[in-house]
Unconditional design. Sequence first.
Length: 258
Amino acid sequence: MALALDLGGRVALVTGGARGIGRGITEVLLAAGATVVTCGRSEAEPPAGATHRLCDVRDAASVAELVAWIVAEHGRLDVVVNNAGGAPYALAADASPRFHDKIVGLNLMSSLLVAQAANAVMQEQPGGGAIVNISSVSAVRPSPGTAAYGAAKAGVDSLTTSLAQEWGPRVRVNAVDVGLVRTADTADHYGGDATVAAIEATIPAGRMADVAEIGQVVAFLASDLASYVSGARVACHGGGEQPVFLHIAQQEAQKEQQ
């Protein structure tokens, strides 16, 4: 049996899909043959071939309007990628309740709102659909400085397994726990090329991911190649993060040898 990753004829929504990791996901889905709609709270230029719409994914009415537009324009909605999210650095003791509420709203509740609206369409159309939630390694390890974000992503992982059970068999729901990824903002975020290189040296893969590599995992989960995959959390982190104690021990051993 010939197997190929083919999303021809599928209509996909990628939230936050015009920038960063979302843009990489959008580009891969387009290359696989999908029709792709991206969305965000502001105007943006998506990759060539995609359509961008304004939407606040934290607002149920705005999400419902977007999904209705997609169905009216394209006749169906086959794939949803809940990618919108993120958080600035803020110590939990110092951040306000309003700040934490916004972070959880963007990184957890928006995924539920978008998934609910998409599921209502997918359950009624031939072929059902696939939902892929972009989570983070912060969901499964401490996330100091972004505590609310880490907690929200842990919620996304839990949400994924619950929705997979509630909405199967017509709708598959999976999550990708993303590690460190190189984007246009990487050097600014981590403090320059030298620091980035030092961080990459601790990753078993020897580098951060390219955005397209996240997109390829998403495309697989959205495709018929993953027809029996639902409720899964796929770790896409290059082998994981080295324990701090081991990294310190290796550094000290190197000093002794010098």
